[in-house]
Design a protein. Structure first.
Length: 64
C-alpha cells in the first residue's frame, strides 16, 4: 500500500505532462476531429464524397 503512494513531486510531473497534452489537443481540436474522422472513414470503408450537401429549396436550379 505504501508503494502505491505518489508524493507531490512525482504527481506534479505527471499532471503537468497530461495538462500539456490536453492543452495541445484543445488548441488544434478541429484539426484533431477532422483527422479522426478521416481515419474512421478509411477503417469503415466509407468514401469521403459519400456525404452530400443538402440543397436549398430557395435557390433556383439551372433547369428552370
Amino acid at each position: 500500500m505504501i508503494m502505491a503512494y505518489g508524493t507531490p513531486d512525482q504527481v506534479m510531473g505527471l499532471a503537468s505532462s497530461l495538462a500539456a497534452i490536453f492543452g495541445f489537443l484543445l488548441m488544434f481540436w478541429n484539426k484533431v476531429l477532422v483527422m479522426v474522422g478521416k481515419i474512421y472513414d478509411r477503417i469503415t470503408g466509407r468514401p469521403e464524397a459519400a456525404v452530400e450537401k443538402p440543397t436549398d429549396p430557395a435557390t433556383p436550379s439551372a433547369s428552370e
